[in-house]
Ligand binder design. Structure first.
Ligand SMILES: Cc1cc2nc3c(=O)[nH]c(=O)nc-3n(C[C@H](O)[C@H](O)[C@H](O)COP(=O)(O)OP(=O)(O)OC[C@H]3O[C@@H](n4cnc5c(N)ncnc54)[C@H](O)[C@@H]3O)c2cc1C
Length: 359
């Protein structure tokens, strides 16, 4: 229970970020007239606290809590047998509607040599008990940026590699540039426009070969953390067999009401996208549940106009609804006018609110 958010996503990552913030604060103590000895990190204890935080939040997502709310929770791997039948633990349940919420998993690319080195993903990085000396983070999305900065603040030598010329590619370039500054200030070696092309070993040491504009260089690491995006879980539980359609991005294709090509089968969360955020999954779940129950009387179109999104780097980056990049892409010069309002650029928080308003 609890899915990625509780077990391998939001909760452990934010618990690790909290430890990293503590290190950052202590290292600034002298600026504030406070004498603190040079802090040392007990990495095993940091990671144990991450696990403790998960345990503390766990009851909110437990079978007990949901059963108390009136939900029949069955734990097992489910397979859709027909648009009206789901099999789990050998039992076939019949139903008027099905909601698919199977989530996503980290993308593991086919880069030569990757299978011969110590690679981690957001699924297993939480199992580390010894602090990596040198960590290579592949991918400059929110997960890569948050974890790269945290490990660096905790004392690991971190190199963050991004193929594009900007971190956080969905975000506005000026906002992402502030995050690059923040990461570099906290000791992360940020390499933009670099592509990992192969992994090798020499004398027990591990290297990645990075390519930029035809030039190649090697970077040594102890562990590589893959943060290259997340692939929707659509295989192995009956979708192919009954013919549920997917998008080009590999997510389950849904309409504005969260219905798949089967009107009684809905999909929400990371498996449907496009947001891959916990609150977006919850938001979609409301529409899917209400449309499944009451759709024959009235259907509700999912409204994403004020979807918030936060990246918990330092500085943090948060927005509500479209950013400037998306607003420009959607704007039609004849009909729409972009209003972009930056309401705060204090160092620790930059908030841009973008609104599309009619002339
Ligand atoms: C490192 C990291 C940090 C993140 N930080 C944030 C954050 O700060 N804020 C935020 O909003 N989001 C964050 N996210 C994203 C967030 O975790 C996901 O968007 C969210 O978990 C998606 O919820 P979901 O219900 O769609 O899928 P999931 O949480 O993945 O749940 C899907 C569940 O379905 C189960 N399942 C799959 N197939 C079957 C089957 N055949 N039968 C039965 N069960 C099945 C899985 O075991 C899983 O428990 C983060 C993710 C990661 C990896």
């Amino acid at each position: 229970m609890g899915g990625d958010c509780l077990n391998t996503g939001c909760v452990p990552s934010k618990a690790l970020i909290r430890a990293a913030h503590t290190m950052a604060e202590i290292s600034q103590a002298e600026r504030f007239g406070i004498q603190a000895d040079k802090p040392t990190v007990d990495f095993a204890k940091v990671m144990q606290r991450v696990k403790d935080v998960i345990s503390k939040v766990e009851p909110h997502d437990s079978v007990e809590r949901y059963s108390g709310l009136g939900v029949d929770c069955i734990q097992g791997e489910a397979t859709i047998r027909s648009p009206w039948e789901v099999e789990v633990n050998g039992q076939v349940l019949t139903t008027r509607n099905i909601v698919i919420g199977t989530g996503a998993r980290p993308l593991v690319p086919s880069i030569p040599g990757l299978d011969t080195v110590n690679y981690l993903t957001s699924d297993n990085v939480w199992e580390l008990t010894e602090q990596p000396g040198k960590l290579l983070v592949l991918g400059g999305g929110p997960i890569g940026c948050e974890l790269a900065q945290s490990f660096s603040l905790l004392g690991t030598d971190v190199t963050l590699v991004e193929m594009a010329d900007q971190l956080l590619i969905r975000e506005d370039a000026d906002a992402a540039a502030l995050v690059v500054d923040g990461l570099q200030k906290d000791g992360v070696n940020v390499l933009l426009s670099h592509k990992a092309v192969k992994f090798t070993h020499e004398n027990g040491r591990q290297y990645v070969t990075l390519e930029q504009d035809g030039d190649e260089k090697d970077v040594e690491f102890d562990y590589v953390l893959l943060a290259l995006g997340r692939v929707a879980n659509t295989k192995g539980f009956g979708l192919e067999e009954i013919g549920v359609e997917l998008t080009e991005r590999g997510t389950v294709k849904v309409n504005d009401y969260l219905q798949t090509n089967f009107p009684n089968i809905f999909a929400v969360g990371d498996v449907a996208g496009p947001f891959q955020l916990t609150h977006a999954a919850g938001h979609q779940a409301w529409y899917a549940a209400v449309n499944a129950l009451f759709g024959q009387f009235k259907k509700f179109r999912a409204d994403y106009s004020v979807m918030p999104a936060g990246t918990y780097t330092s500085p943090e980056m948060a927005r509500v609804g479209l950013n400037e990049k998306e607003a420009k892409a959607q704007a039609s010069p004849t009909k729409w006018h972009n209003t972009v309002l930056t309401i705060s650029t204090v160092p620790s928080l930059m908030v841009k609110i973008t609104a599309l308003s009619r002339f």
